[in-house]
Design a protein around this ligand. Sequence first.
Ligand code: ADP
Ligand code: MG
Length: 325
Amino acid sequence: MGEFDLIRRFFQRPVRRAALGVGDDCALLAPAPGMQLAVSCDMLVEGRHFFADVEPRLLGHKALAVNLSDLAASGTAPLAFTLALSLPRADEAWCAAFAQGLLALADQHDCELIGGDTTAGPLNICITVFGEVPSGQALLRSGARAGDDIWVSGHLGDARLALEALLDQHPLPPDLLAATRTRLEAPTPRVALGLALRGIASSALDVSDGLLGDLGHILKASGVGACIDCSLTTPLIAAYADIQRSDTIFDRDFLRLCTLAGGDDYELCFTAPAAARAAVLQAGASSATPVTRIGRIEAEPGLRVVDGEGLPVTTRFASFDHFAG
Ligand code: ADP
Ligand code: MG
């Protein structure tokens, strides 16, 4: 199977909304009048972002999911994407499974593959995604204001819990490993929530590097500070692992590390005026996405973390030092 066979067999499909798709020197998109084109790019590198033996179907899903997550964070609707693929060899079974995972998620979001590049080399996947948003309505990191509520979607920490277990650092019972591993390997981009938050959220981003660091980007871009209650950020497994059991599996500080600085969550963190609480809850309900209010934007710079009793959580974790100032 040569390069062009591979492209034709696995990645070339009839165009739908694009003016021109795979097969020419450039693809052509035709954004509607009054819309802005949103563009984002994320690369996945073997050994850094995924294990060499990860299921190719899941890898295809995740490569697009992390890109769609950026569109979600900006409140833009997916349009199309390109795929730059470096492959050690043209393995048909691998390509078929990868394309299946990739294109299933693409179809779910009506986001069409319009071009790319294919070369031999170390396994590396780079996707550029395009979305559209009415001019001026994209959600940005810079809009948070003192007094706004801070919200997160879904649950935080599952991916890190799975990663630690897969690295034999903090083992998990098989059922909990399976549940968290799905969150690590097949994250759900919160596209519908991002769209529903247009005109409601004052700022937003997706949590890919850990809540504290990522919220720090909003604070910096908006020139504000914040206080969050870390007892309100729970991993999904907390929803069905009874407390007794989870206490025996994880200590509190490890759970906090996973939820506050875990990484690979692909949830949205956003702010909205307190007057918009009902609208935020409605956006969560209409997009079938849980949303939790975890804190408040303050005028005083810096990020303060408190526990469920309101007591300051001090420097147990390296990342807290880093983000406290
Ligand atoms: P070029 O002549 O510009 O180098 P290529 O020979 O790399 O183009 O690719 C031929 C066509 O196939 C182009 O339209 C390109 O966008 C598309 N293409 C290449 N690799 C992929 C891929 N992995 N997925 C989708 N389209 C691809
Ligand atoms: Mg060309």
